[in-house]
Design a protein around this ligand. Structure first.
Ligand SMILES: [Zn+2]
Length: 266
């Protein structure tokens, strides 16, 4: 357990103890409020009669709960939940007074076992990705993945080339965070490059742009225009060089995302 997580757990436990304390302080007040409504007895059990009006009885209930305590984790999504501690319902003895046949009012309560809050870990990260990739540009797939005879660039083609007119919009294949936007020494031949990291850790790369429309760190949605098609870097002509890198590792064939035949210029 990291020290940050440990710290969070400690503060959660502190919050829990505090919540239980507040609840105990409020209990007489809560009981008083509750006495405004009548307690209808189930038929057969302890059925009262006119004669019993004014007498009291008690019920032991294991139904006291305190609010769920959430621990927030920056690496989890807002819709992810992990149960840390189940929590324990508190036990209370409630006292009722008959006010008529089969009808009693709650007149008091005594907590025997304090409730302990359920603890749940959840995230602060908003989901940015759809999870299914969309075409990054209109155009014709003029070069696919793998070894190829080339006069320019690498013999092992790490992506697809999608060709169209200069300035054709380059679109985020899925939502995510812009990791790179510009010209980078480590990506010499790529020219004006955009790299997006998606929610699942996968990267998509968009190279040879004529213009870049996003900045590093920007949040983009699927279909957002991130660049304009061009031939910057080491490019044989105007096209988008698109790469798919699962979990930011080595490039994989985009044919697991798209069918090249589905691409059209319009
Ligand atoms: Zn290429």
């Amino acid at each position: 357990m990291s020290s940050a997580t440990h710290q969070k757990l400690l503060s959660a436990v502190a919050a829990m103890i505090f919540a239980a304390g507040v609840f105990a302080l409020l209990l007489p007040f809560v009981s008083e409020l509750s006495s405004d409504y009548a307690y209808a007895l189930e038929s057969g059990a302890d059925s009262g009669s006119e004669d019993e009006t004014g007498t009291t009885f008690t019920r032991v209930s294991r139904d006291l709960v305190t609010p769920v305590v959430y621990i927030y984790d920056d690496n989890m999504f807002t819709d992810e939940y992990e149960l840390i501690y189940e929590g324990v319902p508190g036990t209370i003895i409630r006292t009722y007074e008959y006010i008529g046949k089969n009808t009693a009012l709650l007149i008091g309560g005594e907590t025997i076992i304090e409730p302990v809050s359920k603890i749940v870990r959840t995230g602060t990260r908003r989901r940015l990705s759809v999870g299914v990739y969309a075409h990054p540009a209109k155009g014709i797939v003029t070069s696919t993945f793998g070894y190829r005879a080339v006069s320019i660039g690498s013999g092992n083609h790490k992506g697809w080339d999608i060709s169209n007119a200069k300035g054709t919009p380059i679109l985020a294949a899925d939502g995510g965070t812009v990791l790179l936007a510009g010209v980078y020494e480590d990506y010499g031949g790529y020219g004006e490059l955009v790299v997006i990291e998606h929610d699942n850790g996968d990267w998509t790369l968009y190279a040879h742009n004529s213009e870049i429309l996003v900045e590093e760190g920007a949040i983009v949605a699927q279909g957002d225009e991130i660049a304009k098609m061009g031939s910057s870097g080491t490019a044989s002509g105007i096209h988008l060089h698109f790469e798919y890198r699962p979990e930011g590792g080595s490039a994989a064939n985009p044919d697991i995302l798209f069918d090249a035949k589905d691409f059209t210029k319009e």
